[in-house]
Design a protein around this ligand. Structure first.
Ligand code: NAG
Ligand code: NAG
Ligand code: NAG
Ligand code: NAG
Ligand code: NAG
Ligand code: NAG
Ligand code: NAG
Ligand code: NAG
Ligand code: NAG
Ligand code: NAG
Ligand code: NAG
Length: 456
């Protein structure tokens, strides 16, 4: 018994040591002391890296970027126990040349932590990825972007550096910081565990593709709260490529995007389990709450609550057509498996949108135990979007011409609707067909309780 207590005590003090390392160690230093000039023209990469390495050698602590400086840099590597403190009025500026980044495109980040424990970024300042330098041709529909794809390791126009990455890391904390103008994905968490992100702002060019807000890939135990995300592509986007994603909560956030505000997938090879999205405002986005399951991973135990959504159509070059809720699973291509989507709750949701709710399982991957409770859906059109299209991309049936319904349902085994109100603005919903649409042959166990549909 005594040894058990001792063990618990030791574990406890180990935890305290780690917590102390995350910003409270003896190694507090400033990048200026290592020769950083912060004039936005000369590269400070070496000075910043030397400061981080010295801080780590001293047992961890904070590496300060003093206010007033504009610290131009290539990739810098965070080490265990080090927290970057970018002071309010200071800016880390990511380089825009290919040689600023490591040869392996998987490591193209401005700030990158690999196999690090007790690491973070804070300070009130800004990290800027200079996305404007990656635009080949500005286009209000969708910018044409630089592609560093010469080696052929990455494809298409997605060969651009990300802003901040934590890979194979633990006890990650990002708070009180602005992540601005990422050229590609902004904050990327990969195979990491125990992640806290709070009080952050992410800004991306609205016309730039793939500048996602937060991508949570193959990572567990992530808590996101008080975030403000205004960007072109998906804002909060869990993905599973080499392992599952467990335990994710995102609360008290504001989001605007030209793509999906919240989207599970499309990389979905493993499971997504136990997520909570609560108290979120989604403003004028292409899609609101979405699941794009394509690779055989299963989804279960997801709650969306207390969410206000407004969705609208922007442009056919972007996925989505103004769907407030878009839950789909289908095999990406003929070699893909089907994933199941089970135990999903939508409670206290109100949406104003240009398109209907789309709930689409597939023959070998049904949607089951889906519940809508206290949901208000208002349908009208205020852009020139003509409607009449279901967007299954990526893969599957791609685009299908089909009149729009309030709630389109296919391949469902168990859906309960309780206190759901649909409101239609008659003069503004041309081309719509039914409030509810489903084929009896693909849908079972539907239950409607206090469901209303009114035309105004
Ligand atoms: C290092 O900075 C942190 C955060 O500002 C502070 O809590 C800690 O006391 C500092 N440590 C030293 C040794 O100055
Ligand atoms: C982290 O360490 C493990 C074990 O050494 C290694 O397999 C993995 O590639 C490392 N991750 C990164 C991003 O370097
Ligand atoms: C590289 O990107 C350019 C521009 O997007 C594209 O035309 C070309 O096909 C790409 N090449 C490869 C190998 O992806
Ligand atoms: C983000 O970057 C843009 C362009 O570099 C700049 O104009 C803007 O002020 C920055 N925003 C914040 C909040 O730092
Ligand atoms: C997340 O948890 C699952 C289930 O326990 C595990 O298989 C996976 O390796 C974990 N991932 C990480 C990055 O810890
Ligand atoms: C998920 O959270 C639950 C409850 O806190 C915990 O018991 C479980 O271990 C977590 N899963 C992983 C993979 O860490
Ligand atoms: C909901 O989130 C907003 C921030 O977006 C916050 O101001 C508000 O207090 C939160 N509401 C509750 C009930 O927590
Ligand atoms: C998803 O669930 C099905 C049915 O239970 C199972 O056969 C399949 O292996 C699961 N997929 C993954 C990636 O675990
Ligand atoms: C839905 O609308 C009704 C009537 O206007 C309102 O009482 C209720 O609070 C709304 N529910 C939500 C979740 O917004
Ligand atoms: C939904 O709203 C009702 C009424 O405001 C409240 O009682 C309930 O707790 C809310 N549900 C959730 C999951 O927050
Ligand atoms: C949908 O209809 C439009 C015109 O009505 C047509 O141009 C387009 O090819 C059709 N798309 C598909 C996928 O059938």
């Amino acid at each position: 018994m005594a040894s058990l207590f001792l063990l618990i005590f030791l574990l406890h003090s180990l935890n305290s040591t780690i917590a102390a390392a995350a910003g409270g160690g003896g190694g507090n230093i400033s990048v200026s002391d290592f020769g950083a000039v912060g004039n936005g023209r000369r590269y400070d990469t070496r000075a910043i890296q030397a400061a981080i390495d010295a801080c780590a050698s001293a047992g961890g602590g904070r590496v300060k970027f003093p206010a007033g400086g504009d610290y131009l840099t290539g990739t810098v590597f965070l080490r265990s126990g080090v927290v970057l403190e970018v002071e309010r009025g200071a800016r880390i500026l990511g380089g825009a040349r290919e040689e600023d980044y490591p040869p392996d495109s998987a490591r193209w980040y401005v700030v990158l932590a690999e196999n690090a424990t007790g690491v973070g970024i804070t300070g009130g300042g800004e990290i800027n990825g200079q996305s404007e330098a990656f635009v080949v041709r500005p286009d209000p529909r969708k910018n044409v972007m630089v592609s560093w794809n010469r080696t052929g390791v990455c494809l298409g126009d997605e060969c651009r550096p990300r802003l901040v990455g934590f890979v194979d890391s633990k006890e990650v904390k990002v708070w009180d910081i602005t992540l601005n103008q990422s050229a590609y994905w902004c904050l990327h968490l990969v195979r990491s565990n125990d992640i806290s992100i709070h009080d952050i702002a992410i800004y991306g060019d609205f016309n730039t593709p793939n500048n996602d807000g937060i991508d949570i890939e193959d990572s567990n135990n992530t808590i996101i709260t008080r975030c403000h995300i205004d960007t072109g592509d998906d804002a909060i986007c869990p993905k599973s490529s080499t392992g599952p994603v467990y335990n994710l909560t995102a609360t008290d956030c504001w989001i605007r995007t030209k793509s999906s505000a919240i989207k599970l997938g499309s990389a979905s090879w493993f499971d997504f389990r136990n997520f909570l999205f609560n108290n979120i405002t989604i403003c004028e986005s292409h899609r609101g709450l979405g699941m794009q399951i394509r690779d055989g991973g299963n989804v279960s135990g997801i709650v969306f609550s207390n969410i206000k959504v407004s969705t609208r159509y922007y442009d056919s070059l972007w996925w989505g057509r103004g769907e407030p809720i878009y839950i789909t699973t289908c095999p990406r291509d003929s070699t893909s498996k089907s994933g199941f989507i089970t135990d999903i709750l939508f409670e206290n949701i109100s949406a104003v949108s240009e398109n209907g709710v789309f709930l689409s399982g597939s023959k070998y991957g049904f949607l089951s135990n889906i519940k809508f409770k206290n949901v208000n859906l208002t349908f009208k059109r205020w852009t020139r979007y003509p409607g009449g299209l279901y967007d299954y991309r990526p893969g599957c049936k791609e685009l299908v011409n089909h009149s729009t319904s309030g709630m389109m349902m296919e391949y469902i085994d168990g859906l309960s609707v309780e206190n759901v109100n649909m409101k239609w603005f008659k003069s503004k919903v041309k081309g719509w067909s039914f409030p509810l649409e489903f084929k009896g042959s693909t849908v079972a166990k539907l239950s409607f309780h206090e469901w209303n549909s009114d035309v105004f």
